[in-house]
Design a binder for this molecule. Structure first.
Ligand SMILES: [Cu+2]
Length: 384
């Protein structure tokens, strides 16, 4: 059933790819509609008649831009609550953690080299964002779902994006202008010119926020790494909105390529293209998002220091969710090894490999249990 609809969708979209005037809403909306349709069809054709989680009762994660001021403020308030709540990390392991938000940063620092360029990259980050959403809800009274940053608007002017416009319904504005030499992305291979920021966030709800951990592997010129991995290093949150990264890589051509084009062929081609081909100077959408935010968000280890990390990774997850829904026969496949870009060489990741987190209040789960957002346990959500 769905195979039919995919080819129809693909045919309908092929003619669009070459059009420079392609509208973001068209491609993204077509993909979104097709994804939901496929999931609904799969459910109605399923032998399981009674589902606890269905596409009709699942949580719906939405575009920040489509949320009301009230909804955005509720989300912001919950994030600020994490910054104001006590840490649950083991102080012997993470002496620098001062609050609950830091626990998420610490978790990502701790596992960074075994969750990027690996077979668990997508599933680990899916679970991580879910754990964050769960903490917002259970520990900070948030009633909504995790929003995402839609990469495909304002790529040429990030400061105008509702995520970054610096208003009290944004996730904070650009950093203060500090002349610097730009950043280096793509594992040190892709130089990026500086934006108009580089300093502490100047406006919006996260102005004045204090970071405590990292930077562990800073990529913005002039930044100095912390003495020891989990040491206390109080400082401001820095950003450098880098339109160069967003306009070059957060493109509809790249979106098309990973969802319906050549790179959509299987999970290996999908995730490799999404994560970039650094040796060829191609940053890819995942890294491009990090470097479009710039500053602290460009650190392979401590990037969750910028709370936009979670909106960015919800979008990464949404693109994977779309790919999965458009390729239902491959949705539960994984590819890749257990070391970063297979360095040093290692075995393939397996569906039985366990994803664990120390202090995030999440149960250990097999990768295989983290591939379906509608499986009910642990996930029950879709995107709109
Ligand atoms: Cu990451």
């Amino acid at each position: 059933m769905y195979i039919h609809s995919i080819s129809a969708a693909a045919l309908a979209l092929v003619s669009l790819t070459q059009a420079a005037a392609l509208q973001a809403r068209d491609l993204l909306q077509d993909l979104q509609d097709q994804a939901l349709q496929n999931l609904q069809d799969a459910e109605s054709n399923s032998a399981v008649t009674k589902r606890s989680c269905s596409v009709f009762n699942a949580e719906v994660r939405r575009d920040w831009a489509w949320m009301s001021s009230k909804e955005r403020k509720a989300y912001i308030k919950a994030v600020q609550c994490l910054f104001a709540s006590p840490s649950k990390s083991d102080p012997a392991k993470v002496p620098g953690a001062r609050n609950r938000f830091d626990d998420f940063v610490a978790q990502h620092i701790d596992q960074a080299i075994s969750i990027h360029g690996t077979g668990n990259f997508l599933s680990w980050h899916r679970y991580f964002v879910f754990g964050y959403e769960k903490a917002l809800r259970e520990e900070c009274g948030y009633m909504g779902s995790q929003p995402y940053w839609n990469w495909f608007t304002h790529q040429d002017n990030l400061r105008a994006s509702p995520v970054f416009d610096g208003s009290d319904t944004s996730m904070g504005g650009d950093g203060a202008f500090v002349p610097h030499n730009g950043s280096v992305g793509g594992a040190g291979l892709i130089p990026l010119p500086s934006g108009e920021g580089g300093g502490c966030i100047e406006s919006g709800p996260f102005k004045g926020v204090q970071l405590n951990l990292g930077p562990v592997s800073p990529t913005m010129a002039g930044e100095v790494k912390v003495n020891s991995t989990f040491a206390y290093n109080p400082r401001c949150l820095k950003r450098d909105l880098t339109t160069f990264a967003s306009s070059n890589w957060l493109t509809l051509e790249n979106l098309y390529n990973v969802t319906l084009g050549a790179a959509s062929a299987n999970i290996a081609t999908f995730q490799n293209e999404l994560q970039g081909r650094f040796a060829q100077g191609f940053l890819g959408m995942h890294a491009a998002g990090h470097f479009a935010i710039g500053g602290d968000a460009g650190d392979l280890f401590s990037s969750p220091n910028d709370p936009v990390f979670f909106l960015h990774h919800a979008m990464v997850d949404r693109v994977w969710w779309i790919w999965q829904a458009l390729h239902l026969d491959q949705a539960k496949t994984i590819a890749g090894t257990i070391t970063i870009d297979n360095n040093p060489p290692s075995r393939n990741a397996s569906l039985d490999d366990i994803i664990h987190t120390d202090s995030l209040n999440l149960d250990d789960r097999k990768i295989g249990d983290l591939l379906g957002t509608l499986d009910g346990t642990p996930f029950c959500y879709t995107y709109l």
